[in-house]
Design a protein around this ligand. Sequence first.
Ligand SMILES: [Zn+2]
Length: 356
Amino acid sequence: MCNHGARSAKSSSSSNSSSSQQQQQEEKKKKKTRMLVKFKDLPQYMKDNEYILDYYRCEWPLKDVIFSVFAWHNETLNIWTHLLGFLIFVGLAVMSSKDMGALLGNFSRASVSGPSMMKMNQLNVSDALFAPDSHLKQMSESFIYANKEDGFSTIPSWPWFVFLSGAMGCLVCSSLSHLFACHSRRFNYFFWRLDYAGISLMIVCSFFAPIYYTFHCNPYSRFFYLSSISILGVLVIITLLSPSLSAPRFRTFRATLFLTMGFSGVIPAVHALVIHWDHQPVIAALGYELAMAIFYATGAGFYVSRIPERWKPGKFDIAGHSHQIFHVFVVLGALAHSAATLAVMDFRRGLPTCVY
Ligand SMILES: [Zn+2]
């Protein structure tokens, strides 16, 4: 149970009232105000970060929990960092389904060219987006397939949408977990495990698009890598569903599992480098993937070390604590991965059809 009365204990003690009716009225009043409580007043199951000392919501009713999305407490920025990330990916999904061809073609050329080429491509984006009968427009009409032109590869766009769905799923699960976990013990266990499952799902989904497109003409490698990461993902999700692993002391273990999953991508990346070493867009994509790895690893470093709040406990309760920084790095990592995937997709679309 949370100690909601801790802050008002001094004033209420002087009244020295012992009647149960008065106590009930006082309890009702306290519940109405929905006070934020200190770390020391939290029930054991909610004690996660001893360096965040105050501004906890504790066992609030559902309605108050929902409205607390617009209030200041120590989870506000954790909720909004991933909610905004979710909205960025929703926007990306809408743009992709509207005009995938224009997005891919211009993005990829800009990503591997100099500043002057970038300017030209910015013009091309608007041309391509608004010309109703443009070639790019026509070829992006199909949601399922993204064709280049006759004689060139016809590639499915679903792996790209698998990644976008994984990213959106992970980010929205994370936001919901940070919003609702304070409601009750049951919610706490359910939502934190949902959060871990969401992260695992996003990692697995992230593998799909680049592997599918990079090894488009190597079906055995493609099958091997995609089935391996899927099996690893399922095993990680099953492991993390164990209630005991939600405990704070397993923070490092969880981060290690996620990083192992993520860094298993080094094997297909090296393979891609070997078979595409002379293809500039693939090298550019690997550069983005390296940026992604740095973002994720830096984020995981903050997650595990709980810097900066461990240096000044209580100073970063509302803003600037490690989990918020970790969230920002997760969104940056996912965006870097989007850039890599778009570069590989456009590269694949420009190649002749596979010959088996
Ligand atoms: Zn989080």
